[in-house]
Design a protein around this ligand. Structure first.
Ligand code: IPE
Ligand code: IPE
Ligand code: MG
Ligand code: MG
Ligand code: MG
Length: 323
């Protein structure tokens, strides 16, 4: 199932995570299970659960069962945010399969997403660790708050680099940092190591979302498993466009029109082409690579081990990935 060779280190545990993700509650309506399984079986890179497991091992391991529950919890939380995200973004494909909001009413889609959020919290509580549960809840608040900010004041080009970074921290890096932090917390790592792994996750997460935003400009839908060009089509300004605007006092007419609210197909396609041909993609990838470097830097205080090498490899993968 997995995209990464280093997953061999944790393949038995990842298989357990898959089982936990597919467990059903007593008397659970069949519609919920089939909806969630469509997404879970659709694939997904399982980056977050791998990070929980690798971080716990990097800190010496220990009782791995709570770590498996935490790994399933972050993947379930991620799944829940995707269900609501695709409804909000009007996306029709996810992991190569049709989204729930294509078949169902917004109400039904929201409810299944809510179920997944509740399930994720339940799995987090199974760790029996109060601090983990609190950090889990705090992170979910950060994500929702960020999505609300993006919805109400994130669509303008006045966002700036700082505003952009704050947004991608909220939507993506916060959850990836939670994953590495929880892995360390659950094996009672000392605070310095928890902090180092948090920083690794935060920087990896920032790189991860910058690359996601780049792929929205340059990937093809087949490989990506989700729509491309969708950010601009929603009027959402991301790093490639910000960098383009920084370099062009007088942006191409199509870009100006898109920013002015003309989001028709032809205008968006032409604006995407202008940005792609401008060198802004390469400069955005430089930003992603700088974050990935910082992520790797924060691992230097750990002794060399296959787990550390796997986390280094994940940082490299993040900036090379095409899906
Ligand atoms: C997609 O995350 C949403 C973002 C936060 C960028 P992933 O790229 O990890 O999606 P899957 O789980 O592999 O489908
Ligand atoms: C996803 O951001 C972040 C959350 C799910 C909170 P995007 O909207 O960029 O994710 P994709 O590109 O649809 O996966
Ligand atoms: Mg989306
Ligand atoms: Mg979105
Ligand atoms: Mg995206």
């Amino acid at each position: 199932v997995s995209a990464f060779t280093f997953d061999e280190l944790i393949s038995a545990e990842l298989a357990r995570v898959e089982d936990v993700l597919r467990e059903r509650m007593v008397d659970q309506h069949p519609i919920i299970g089939s909806a969630l399984e469509r997404l879970i079986d659709g694939g997904g890179k399982r980056v977050r659960p791998a990070l929980v497991l690798l971080s716990a091992h990097l800190c010496g391991g220990g009782d791995i069962e709570p770590v498996v529950q935490a790994a399933a919890a972050v993947e379930m939380l991620h799944t829940a945010t995707l269900i609501h995200d695709d409804l909000i973004d009007g996306a029709r494909v996810r992991r190569g399969v049709e989204t729930l909001n294509v078949d169902w009413s917004p109400g039904a889609t929201v409810l299944v997403g809510d179920f997944a959020f509740a399930r994720a919290a339940y799995l987090a509580s199974r760790t029996g660790n109060q601090q983990v549960v609190r950090r889990f809840a705090e992170t979910l608040m950060v994500i929702c708050n960020g999505e609300v900010r993006q919805m109400f004041d994130g669509r303008s080009d006045g966002l700036g680099r700082e505003g952009y970074q704050r947004r991608i921290y909220a939507k993506t890096a916060s959850l990836i940092a939670l994953s590495t932090e929880m892995g360390a917390l659950l094996v009672e790592a000392d605070p310095q190591r928890v902090g180092a792994l948090y920083t690794y996750g935060e920087q990896l997460g920032l790189a991860f979302q910058v690359v996601d935003d780049v792929l929205d400009f340059v990937a093809d839908e087949e490989t990506l498993g989700k729509p491309v060009g969708s950010d601009l089509r929603q009027g959402l300004v991301t790093l490639p466009l910000l960098l383009f605007l920084e370099a062009h006092e007088d942006p191409a007419p199509s870009v100006a029109r898109a920013l002015g609210g003309d989001l028709s197909d032809g205008v968006v396609r032409e604006a995407v082409r202008q940005v792609v041909e401008s060198g802004a993609i390469e400069r955005a990838l430089d930003v992603a690579r700088a974050h990935a470097e910082r992520a790797k830097q924060s691992l230097t205080s750990f002794p060399a081990s296959p787990y550390r090498a796997a986390l280094v490899g994940l940082a490299d993968f993040t900036v090379r990935r095409r899906f």
